[in-house]
Design a protein around this ligand. Sequence first.
Ligand code: AMP
Length: 262
Amino acid sequence: MSDGTKTPEELLVLAKEVGLSGLSITDHDTIAAYTDAVMNQAKELDLFLGTGVELSCLHNKKESVHILGYAFDHTSGNLQAFCTKHQERRFIRNKEMITKLEKMGMPIGSDWLLDANGNPKWGIGRPHIAEKLISKGYVKDIRDAFARYIGDGKSAYVPSGSFTVEESIDVIHRAGGKAFIAHPHLIQKNRTLNALLEMDFNGIECHYGNFTADVALKWINICQEKNWLISGGSDYHGDIKPETRLGKRFVTRDIYQKIFGI
Ligand code: AMP
């Protein structure tokens, strides 16, 4: 429901095909994948579907940090309202990036940010802007779009005016969920990592996309020291991220059960 190219329904079918027994769909800043229809489809396919979300946060007002929330109550009004606030700030940010691109001679319009009723569509982010730049012929592919214009710090980039890590952890906890540090290798500053390790997390994403066993072990050791949980995922996004595939990284059943309390 955010920047992946498959629908939740297609993901469940694919999960079954690749031999997973369970999964969690961790959209950016939205839990809209968790509808009754999707939950029922998972049951029919005999797949365990644990709730998940990847929240964009800001540490020290400027450093982007992603956190994963798992095993929350997806009907939590508080969490839903939090995700709505994220979508509102995403809409404003997307418009700001589109304005910058237009000023640079690369108009891509902004009508496509709205649904048929004129409301902002949910889950729109930089990969969608990249797609528009590709379709207009301004860049050759998604990497080119990020490298030249919309990657962090590039000319059309607008930082996310997001919420703090602490308040995001709190929202997940209040919805009965568990909070994990996502893809920890992307945290650039040691100081930031050390600050996160002092926060009220429940675990770290130790198994990720292209991690080797050695890299995973580094994070697993930290989890063991802190008595935190281990999580893992493929960061599958469908066609826009061909370097990974669903199930490329996974956790064993006992780890999954600890996260989801089953
Ligand atoms: P946003 O939430 O709008 O800031 O967009 C974040 C998304 O952009 C993530 O799903 C990333 O996978 C994707 N992304 C970030 N950097 C790059 C990059 N250099 N190349 C391709 N995709 C990227």
